[in-house]
Design a protein around this ligand. Sequence first.
Ligand SMILES: Nc1ncnc2c1ncn2[C@@H]1O[C@H](COP(=O)(O)OP(=O)(O)OP(=O)(O)O)[C@@H](O)[C@H]1O
Ligand SMILES: [Mg+2]
Length: 266
Amino acid sequence: MLTGAMESAIVLDEVSVTYPGGERPALDRVSLAVPEGRLLVLVGESGSGKTTTLHLINRLIVPDRGRVLVLGRDIAGVDGVALRRGIGFVFQSIGLFPHMSVAANIAVTPSLLGWPQDDVAARVNELLTLVGLAPEVFSRRSPASLSGGQQQRVGLARALAARPAIMLMDEPFGALDPLTRDELSAEVRAIHDRLGLTTVLVTHDMTEALLLADLIGVMRDGRLVQVGTPEALLARPADDGVRALFEHPRRRTEELARALHLAPGV
Ligand SMILES: Nc1ncnc2c1ncn2[C@@H]1O[C@H](COP(=O)(O)OP(=O)(O)OP(=O)(O)O)[C@@H](O)[C@H]1O
Ligand SMILES: [Mg+2]
């Protein structure tokens, strides 16, 4: 699965997962390679296995069979806690620590890693600026005093704090107004490029997927149905389901154009 000289930062090799009590596998022989520096977007219906895939990569769950390689190492033998300190993770729910200030939330992993306090403080300021929050305004605030979009930005800063090479983002822009969502997703792409990250991001928004991704993976019923560039999946969908998914943004645009055209006075 290696493409030319490009190294894969993340490799899933025939990975299967069945949760305790699960009737069928949540993931069924999934193979995937994310080249270093690329942004892969995972799409697919609810329950198709997207979050499970992210949890495999940072060893929140271990597979029943198959291998997961991160930065060339089989993570089966790696301590999960140490692994997760090197991988940024933005949760499906924001998950900030409510009793801690914004600055303390961002400082969690660098502090655990034993960074000197001055370095941690400098890093917090740098990250708040990076995600568009003025440090002097936001450092001391509590998460509950922030808007949803601001909390998402803090979650992003926290995930980036210990300079991970890999970012996993599970619907990071859920529940945001469309303008904030567009702005934040563009910022995530810019940060990904500037920091040279390898990113796996889950979204239900196909327009967002097409705009953000170097590669898109389509999941269905615990399988990876197709993976490729947005252009390749648009041009050569593997089946009618993938075709329908990728036609959705264009169909909506056409419906919108028709609706607006028909609307009186427009
Ligand atoms: N902790 C768990 N215990 C048992 N079953 C689980 C557990 N977590 C997930 N599952 C099941 O595994 C399957 C895949 O779940 P997963 O959370 O990966 O889906 P998803 O694609 O992220 O869905 P969504 O878009 O709704 O977040 C689902 O059928 C789900 O019910
Ligand atoms: Mg999920």
